[in-house]
Write a protein that binds this ligand. Structure first.
Ligand code: FMN
Length: 317
C-alpha cells in the first residue's frame, strides 16, 4: 500500500490546517514547516511553536505522526540543534534542501546547498550522529539550483550521510512552483539510491497521483498544495473514486467554519480574513462554492462581514 505524506508548507499549512487535513484521513505522516537554524541555539519553545504537536506525542489530534524540519547550512549547529530537538521526541527529523526563498538562500540555506553535495553529506551525518537511532532522519530536496547536473550526486550524498528516506520535489530552485514537476527525474534518483524515495510535486488529483507513481516508479508520495486545495484528496486516492467535489462541499463546510473560529483565536483579528482567503484561494481550484465565496470576501477585511458571508456560503449542520 502506498504511503502518503502531507508536505511542509511554511505560512500555509500550520498545526491548525494540519489538524483539519489529516482528520479527513489517509495521511501516513506529515512534516511541519521548517525551523531555521542560524547562529544561536534555539530554545524548546521555538520547536513547540512551529510544531505544537510535540506536546502531544508529535502527532496531530487524529494521530498522524509529524516530523520536524530543520533548515540550515552549518553541520555542527545543525547537529547540536537536532540533539536538542530530539529531547522533545519528534516522530522524525527532516532536513530542508529545497527552500527557494531569497532570505533563506542568502544565508546559504535550503536549495542553495544543492551546489555542494559534500556539505549535504556532512549536515546529514552530523544530524544523524546527534540523535538517537530510534528517531528517523529524512531529507527533502529539489533537483538542483538551476539545473539537474548534481541531482544524483546530492541524492547519493544524503544517502551516504545516513538519511532514512528522501523526498524529491521534482523541480529546480529556479523553477519555483511552476508546472510541470519532472517526475521522470524522481525515477532517476530512485534508481541511483537504495533508500526509499518519496515523490513530490504537482499532485492535485487522483489522476496526477496515478501518473506520478507510474512515471517516478515510487510507491510513496508527498502532497503539498493539492492537500490544501482538496482536503478529501487522499479519500479519492485510497478509494480510486474521484467522487463529486460539488457534493463534497457539504463535508468541507464544517471544516471551513471550524477553521474560521480557530484561526481567530490564533492570529490577530486583522490577519484572520487573510488566512481564510489563502485557504479559499486554493480550494477554489476544485470547489465552485469556494470560488464564489472567495470572490465575495476578496476585498473584505471585516470579521463580521466575513463571518456572515461564510455562514451564508457553507452548509450548516
Ligand atoms: C506556501 C509554501 C510553503 C512551503 N514551505 C516549505 C517548507 O517549510 N519546507 C519544505 O521543505 N518545503 C516547503 N514547501 C514546498 C512543499 O513542501 C512542496 O515540496 C511543494 O509545494 C511541491 O509540492 P506540491 O506541488 O504538492 O505543492 C512549501 C511550499 C509552499 C507552496
Amino acid at each position: 500500500m502506498s504511503r502518503i505524506y502531507l508536505a511542509p508548507m511554511e505560512g500555509l499549512a500550520d498545526a491548525l490546517l494540519r489538524d483539519l487535513i489529516t482528520r479527513t484521513g489517509g495521511y501516513d505522516g506529515a512534516v511541519c514547516q521548517f525551523v531555521r537554524v542560524s547562529g544561536t541555539s534555539l530554545p524548546s519553545r521555538t520547536f513547540r511553536r512551529v510544531c505544537p504537536e510535540l506536546e502531544h506525542g508529535s502527532r496531530t489530534p487524529s494521530g498522524t505522526p509529524v516530523s520536524v524540519q530543520l533548515l540550515g547550512s552549518n553541520p555542527e549547529l545543525m547537529g547540536e540543534t537536532a540533539a536538542r530537538l530530539a529531547r522533545l521526541s519528534p516522530c522524525g527529523i527532516d532536513l530542508n534542501f529545497g527552500c527557494p526563498a531569497t532570505t533563506v538562500n542568502r544565508h546559504g540555506g535550503g536549495a542553495m546547498l544543492l551546489d555542494d553535495p559534500g556539505l549535504l553529506q556532512r549536515i546529514a551525518e552530523a544530524v544523524r550522529r546527534a540523535v538517537p537511532v530510534a528517531i528517523p532522519v529524512t531529507a527533502k530536496m529539489r533537483l538542483g539550483i538551476c539545473d539537474t547536473a548534481r541531482t544524483l550526486d546530492c541524492a547519493a550524498a544524503l544517502q551516504a550521510g545516513g538519511v532514512a528516506a528522501l523526498v524529491v520535489h521534482a523541480r529546480t530552485k529556479d523553477e519555483g512552483y511552476r508546472p510541470p514537476a519532472h517526475w521522470e527525474w524522481i525515477a532517476r534518483v530512485r534508481e541511483a539510491v537504495s533508500i526509499p524515495v518519496i515523490a513530490n510535486g504537482e499532485i492535485w488529483s487522483l489522476a496526477d497521483y496515478v501518473r506520478c507513481r507510474e512515471v517516478s516508479g515510487c510507491a510513496d508520495v508527498m502532497i503539498g498544495r493539492g492537500a490544501v486545495a482538496d482536503p478529501f484528496l487522499t479519500r479519492r486516492i485510497r478509494t480510486g473514486d474521484d467522487g463529486d467535489l460539488m457534493k463534497d462541499w457539504a463535508q468541507l463546510s464544517p471544516l471551513l467554519q471550524e477553521f474560521w473560529q480557530r484561526v481567530q483565536l490564533c492570529v490577530m483579528a486583522r490577519h484572520a480574513p487573510g488566512r481564510l482567503k489563502l485557504w479559499l484561494s486554493l480550494l477554489q481550484r476544485g470547489y465552485p462554492q469556494a470560488a464564489a465565496l472567495y470572490e465575495r470576501i476578496r476585498a473584505c477585511n471585516d470579521i463580521g462581514a466575513v463571518s456572515s458571508a461564510l455562514a451564508a456560503a457553507t452548509v450548516l449542520e
